[in-house]
Design a protein. Sequence first.
Length: 161
Amino acid sequence: MGVSAAAKNTKMIKADRPGADGLTRMTKRDPNFVDRHVGNRMRMRRLLIGMSQEKLGELLGITFQQVQKYEKGSNRVSASRLYNVAKVLGVPVQYFFDELQGEQQPAAMGFAESEGADAISGALQSPEGVQLARIFSGTTDPEKRKLIINTARAISGFKGS
């Protein structure tokens, strides 16, 4: 009973319900929440300083596709690569772990931030959120800042403070 070259190169695992060959091909895994968080922070910082994925890849000696995979969390960033990313983006390595919540059960969260805070953080990590934050932080006139806030509130229909 011979095994094909393709089967030899495919990662296989024993399964509870194996196929006809007794083995099951590994399924694609979802990114780990830490990998996603680090990737989101990398993307947010890159956008805040106005750097493209291509430029970041060039400075790190990798392709922009690899940068995309890091930012999605589908590929893990090694310690040495994360150190280099931090240097290129001008932040300490700890920056990528700031605000990391972990996978906690609601009862164990205690005084942790609410889902509303997660929504705000998520919005700020989007390209539009970064752009809005950049515009707001570049505006020093308090009256113009109030105008930006009031305009955003009117467009969104947001009633809170």
